[in-house]
Ligand binder design. Sequence first.
Ligand SMILES: Cc1cc2nc3c(=O)[nH]c(=O)nc-3n(C[C@H](O)[C@H](O)[C@H](O)COP(=O)(O)OP(=O)(O)OC[C@H]3O[C@@H](n4cnc5c(N)ncnc54)[C@H](O)[C@@H]3O)c2cc1C
Length: 377
Amino acid sequence: MDLDLDERTLAFRDEARAWLAANVPAEPLKSFDTAEGFAQHREWECRLADARWSVVSWPREFGGRDASLLEWVLFEEEYYAAGAPLRVNQNGIFMLAPTLFSHGTEEQQRRILPKMARSEEVWAQAWSEPEAGSDIAALRSTATRCDGGWRVSGQKTWSSRATFADRAFGLFRSDPDSVRHKGLIYLMVDLRAEGVTVRPIPQLDGEPGFAEIFFDDVFVPDQDVIGAPGEGWRVAMTTANNERGLSLRSPGRFLAAADRLVSLWHDAGRPAHTADRVADAWIGARAYQLYTLGTVTRLSDGAELGPESSVNKLFWSHLDVALHETALDILGPDAELRGAWSDGWLFSLAGPIYGGTDQIQRSIVAERLLGLPKGAR
Ligand SMILES: Cc1cc2nc3c(=O)[nH]c(=O)nc-3n(C[C@H](O)[C@H](O)[C@H](O)COP(=O)(O)OP(=O)(O)OC[C@H]3O[C@@H](n4cnc5c(N)ncnc54)[C@H](O)[C@@H]3O)c2cc1C
């Protein structure tokens, strides 16, 4: 990839930078794990959408700017550098949307994407079940054929932001005689439909960042099936590769945090015992940026995201933990008082778990990329 940006790309970046400088709220929004914060984030998403900065890489007809993937990466860098709010609809924008672009019908794209771009509909991911987290193919929630659609029953868990979200996407077993990856269906479900119960799960801080979702004979119309019934696993792999491989965690997030870490280190009088780790985190963020630009080049040349997404996920989740641990070491006992770093550290600890745990990513790398024999199951 040619890293000298052309005029058009530079103009795009300047426009984004100027808009963010003029519009990012001066005071951070409240956490989107609270009702008030969730509402504030919806408002922010609307403002982004009005200025066409919500989904820059999408086609214009759905609210985007037809931006290239490179422009998207640059936009994200500007977004995080400006300290803009985290995206409340990230599951929708970064996971469901790429799935709909690959597998959705035109009708689904027209009906769902514009509302997603404005966060008029905020989406939750309803994949994990009590007995099916790492081993998602063990899922037991069912979808049974009925007139005009499907009847859904079962339980999902650990669904981020489902407490306040509007809709959820998830996998259900549509063929009762099937096992494992076969006979699954990928559905979009209205969380306010009759038969749905969303039970918040409080986190350490007491806020309901997660929820369990119970489905009791919930009707889902045919228009909300993505891909063919029975083909749910294939559709789900598009979602998972996006979660791990590109869109959910762009380099901008880590570049901004690494720059803040370097400033923190200078402000703290350059403590020598942390110098190597500060440098490693800064280099790691830049290495991730360069790797992502390589991925963007391959995707722009027609390649698809595959199991190498797991390498990506291992890299950014460990980078995030190391970066925040270094910040806490620099701050020492003051860390407790500097909320943003300790909050960031607590969240970083979840990185090696959500989107598939480290152990699972390592098995994928070993078996599918390196061709090593399958381990015992
Ligand atoms: C912050 C956060 C947000 C999340 N958000 C969502 C969400 O929005 N939607 C959603 O559906 N889920 C969500 N999850 C759930 C997440 O996807 C699961 O926690 C994860 O997939 C692990 O599943 P589990 O918790 O059932 O653990 P388990 O699968 O029970 O794993 C327990 C331990 O055993 C190890 N293990 C299991 N199987 C193997 C194996 N075959 N080989 C080696 N080791 C193995 C695991 O690596 C892990 O260390 C979220 C989780 C977190 C922490």
